[in-house]
Write a protein that binds this ligand. Structure first.
Ligand code: NAD
Length: 282
């Protein structure tokens, strides 16, 4: 039986945040992030609060723009536009999901590409697909890649599987793995025989949002398993998309939920904001 290495995201994120704080301290200006929160979804409020706190800790100035839940697309556009033009603001994030009546796909495209720290503007999506390193990379896949590299330096030729094909995670993750010369498979809700597809993966990244979807005997012995899913069980506890207990002893390395990919997401948001500031202000 394998000894499974637990990839603890917390110390990796803490080390990176320390490095980012040092980088900010050397800049002749203070990078600025604007977070736009629409409505009063409690989870979104917590996410935005955590992002703002994390900014403070590394020396990024942050502002929050709160917009009422019944706002129109035009109301939100009127908040985004002055932030695009504001020289003190380097990054803009529109906290998703938005209330259902709003067109989040369209609104995200209004954020200036150079300030799009979530990497969802099509200019940034296009850069990633083209294999250019000039664009903003979405935070969660960027963080997941750092975790993979913490246990596997050279990914070249590895069979990598990404379960989930969202624009926020699955698609950018697949492109990052392709850039590392992996042979990439994308699985999704219409994939036939997911267990068989999983058994071929040297790197398995699960982001379906289905609790304990990936069973222990689907995992290739020794595989690196990155669990992105966040699911709340009836008990109130969080769990990932991988059956963590069953994966122990099979996987070579695995991220826990919580405490794996989660801490990396905000860290990469901070990194993207600093990068956006340096790109714009030198
Ligand atoms: P999404 O709902 O947009 O996409 C889910 C994808 O999974 C879809 O492409 C769908 O085809 C696929 N899928 C659904 N059921 C499947 C099944 N049974 N078999 C195979 N594929 C299936 O979700 P998302 O925004 O990409 O997020 C996915 C998960 O990752 C969620 O649990 C979310 O909470 C989590 N997440 C975590 C972080 C973090 O910071 N840790 C960030 C983003 C998302």
């Amino acid at each position: 039986m394998n000894i499974t290495n637990i990839i603890d995201g917390k110390p990796i994120a803490a080390k990176l945040r320390g490095d980012l704080a040092k980088e900010v301290a050397c800049l002749p200006y203070q990078p600025g992030l604007a977070a736009i929160l629409v409505g009063d979804d409690p989870a979104s409020q917590v996410y935005v609060r955590n992002k703002i706190k994390a900014c403070e800790k590394v020396g990024i100035r942050s502002i929050e723009r709160r917009i009422a839940a019944d706002a129109s697309n035009e109301d939100i556009a009127r908040v985004i536009e002055p932030l695009n033009a504001d020289p003190e603001i380097d990054g803009i994030l529109l906290q998703l999901p938005l209330p259902k009546h709003l067109n989040s796909d369209m609104l995200v495209q209004l954020i200036a590409p150079e300030k799009d720290v979530d990497g969802l503007n099509f200019v940034n999506v296009g850069s990633l697909v083209a294999g250019h390193d000039s664009g903003m990379i979405p935070c969660t896949p960027q963080g997941a890649m750092i975790l993979i590299k913490s246990v596997m330096e050279n990914l070249s030729g590895m069979n990598a599987l990404v379960i989930g094909r969202s624009l926020l995670f699955g698609k950018p993750m697949a492109h990052l793995l392709l850039q590392e010369n992996c042979t990439v498979t994308m699985a999704h809700s219409r994939t036939r025989d997911l267990p068989e597809v999983c058994t071929r993966a040297d790197i398995l990244v699960a982001a379906a949002g289905v609790a304990k979807l990936v069973k222990g005997d689907w995992i290739k012995p020794g595989a690196v398993v990155i669990d992105v899913g966040i699911n709340r069980m009836e008990s109130g506890k969080l769990c990932g998309d991988v059956d963590f207990d069953a994966a122990q002893g099979v996987a070579g390395a695995i991220t826990p939920v919580p405490g794996g990919v989660g801490p990396m997401t905000i860290t990469c948001l901070l990194a993207n904001t600093i990068r956006a500031a340096i790109n714009r202000r030198g």
